[in-house]
Design a protein around this ligand. Structure first.
Ligand SMILES: O=C(CO)COP(=O)(O)O
Length: 134
């Protein structure tokens, strides 16, 4: 089965998400992706990824991803949170991260852990990262 990955980034982390996804592009093309609205829009427009776009985070997108996760439809969450900016939907963010803990779903909330999760999922699927210039 294809890995089912949720990709979410707060505004100041969206460029990081695009750079991250570009690095794992071949692998992510073979995954089933969900994303909050604006993050998903950028992933689709800038990288051509096929993404199940939920509502934007402040309008319930985190909760929609949380519901998918609770229903057993998500294997890992990459959630690049902005720890320096207060978010109007902080309760929704906490609910999603809590749901990951309740259901023991890997949740990477920064780039370092995102690389670990993605490279591990890739290795488990027998993928190799394409080396630049190779
Ligand atoms: O706010 C978010 C996550 O909490 C992200 O939502 P967007 O991808 O719609 O910006």
């Amino acid at each position: 089965m294809k890995p089912r990955i949720a990709l979410i980034a707060h505004d100041k982390k969206k460029d990081d998400m695009i750079t991250l996804a570009a690095e794992y592009l071949d692998f992510l093309r073979g995954c089933q992706l969900s994303a909050t609205g604006t993050t998903g829009g950028r992933l689709a427009n800038e990288l051509g990824l096929t993404v199940d776009r939920k509502h934007s985070g402040p309008f319930g997108g985190d909760l929609q991803i949380g519901a998918q996760l609770v229903n057993g439809q998500i294997d890992a969450v990459i959630f690049l949170r902005d720890p320096m900016t207060p978010q109007p939907h902080e309760p929704d963010i906490n609910a999603l991260v809590r749901a990951c803990d309740v259901h023991n779903i890997a949740c990477a909330t920064n780039l370092a852990s995102a690389h670990l999760v993605l490279s591990q999922l890739m290795a488990a699927g027998g993928y190799e990262k394409t080396k630049k210039g190779a």
